[in-house]
Design a protein around this ligand. Structure first.
Ligand code: SF4
Length: 352
């Protein structure tokens, strides 16, 4: 049974002694804390640390980031995935520069109006940077709180999030940032999804699921909708100067990233003819297959390599296309699947 005061003392004492060293824990600068929170969504701490260092070295202030071009910001994000996070954050920082004189607002109502700020980011940045009394409820907290209270509510439901937030409110009246971080750290290090370390848990005496023997059954989460799969066809097209045709994506997904021309299966022939003319010679078979996984979607990509070079002045490409020499690949932002094609081409070039 949870006893508010002793539970909070126990978890805070444990956190004080056991928290992992992280660069964003050594600062109270809300801009840096915000960067770390955006990067940490869906990404592991050990991956984020390098990105965080590079990003904050290149964009040390709100002003530096607000003045940067989106392409460069995406370049510093390349490999972290979920690029809409970076684009939204960049826009939000431009709003902070324009509307708040470069100072991250310490008012939750104002902060949540900034682009891309959801309930979790609001609570995390406001509590950690300004110690405002808002509880963070992320995957770790859902798990820890369900188990501590032996609560079988479905954590996929919005109503459960709301209930957890209100149950946690009394715990964040003081030391909100520390408490929130302690809960998330406990979930990451001790109260893990599989094989939690209950015997070493600093709050075991407060844990209802431990007492009831139901730890492995919690948290409850209804299954997500099945992932959609799209068959894509991607084309490696070379010109007389040994350059490759690439296109900057205009669609919402991976917006602004570059790719080899890629079309949904069934529409390729028509689109390629519009681009290259009707006398193109398409290979009958794909050279190889790739997969690109998103949260709700999988692309199965068949990669075709056109056997003949095309004349660069004979294609009918709009301003979103360009020719790229392989040695210049680092000047463009490519998603992971396109890096595989680029690596393949580089390895072929070294063999030849
Ligand atoms: Fe999680 Fe086990 Fe600790 Fe309960 S006792 S909070 S289930 S690690």
């Amino acid at each position: 049974m949870l006893h508010q005061k002793t539970f909070k003392e126990d978890i805070l004492n444990w956190f004080e002694a056991n928290q992992r060293a992280m660069p964003w824990r050594e600062t109270t600068n809300p801009y840096y804390i915000w960067i770390s929170e955006i990067m940490l969504q869906q990404t592991q701490v050990k991956t984020v640390i390098d990105y965080y260092h590079r990003f904050t070295e290149r964009f040390p202030t709100v002003e530096d980031l607000s003045e940067a071009k989106q392409d460069e910001v995406l370049k510093y994000w390349e490999g972290l995935g979920y690029y809409s996070r970076a684009r939204n954050f960049h826009t939000a920082i431009q709003e902070v520069a324009a509307e708040y004189n470069g100072k991250v607002p310490d008012n939750p109502e104002k902060f949540e109006k900034l682009k891309g700020v959801g309930p979790y980011t609001k609570a995390a940045v406001m509590s950690i940077a300004f110690d405002l009394p808002l509880p963070t409820v992320d995957g770790n907290v859902f798990r820890v709180w369900s188990r501590l209270n032996n609560d079988f509510s479905d954590t996929a439901k919005q109503s459960t999030r709301k209930a957890f937030e209100s149950e946690l409110l009394p715990y964040v009246e003081t030391k909100a940032g520390q408490f929130n971080q302690a809960m998330m750290e406990l979930g990451a290090l001790i109260c893990t999804p599989k094989s939690p370390l209950c015997l070493f848990c600093p709050v075991q005496s407060h844990c209802d699921a431990f007492n009831e023997g139901t730890v492995e059954e919690l948290p409850v989460k209804t299954k997500k909708i099945k992932k959609k799969t799209i068959q894509q066809e991607c084309f490696v097209i070379k010109n007389e100067n040994n350059e490759y045709l690439i296109e900057q994506r205009q669609a919402k997904l991976l917006n602004g990233m570059w790719e080899f021309p890629m079309f949904e299966k069934g529409s390729s022939q028509e689109k390629l003819e519009a681009l290259l003319g009707s006398n193109i010679n398409l290979p009958a078979k794909a050279a190889y297959q790739l997969k690109h996984q998103f949260t709700h979607l999988t692309w199965n990509i068949n990669v075709y390599v056109l056997p003949k070079t095309v004349q660069s002045n004979q294609i009918n490409a709009n301003e979103h296309y360009c020719w790229m020499d392989l040695k210049d690949r680092n000047q463009f932002n490519f998603p992971a699947s396109m890096h595989k094609i680029l690596n393949h081409l580089e390895s072929q070039n070294t063999q030849n």
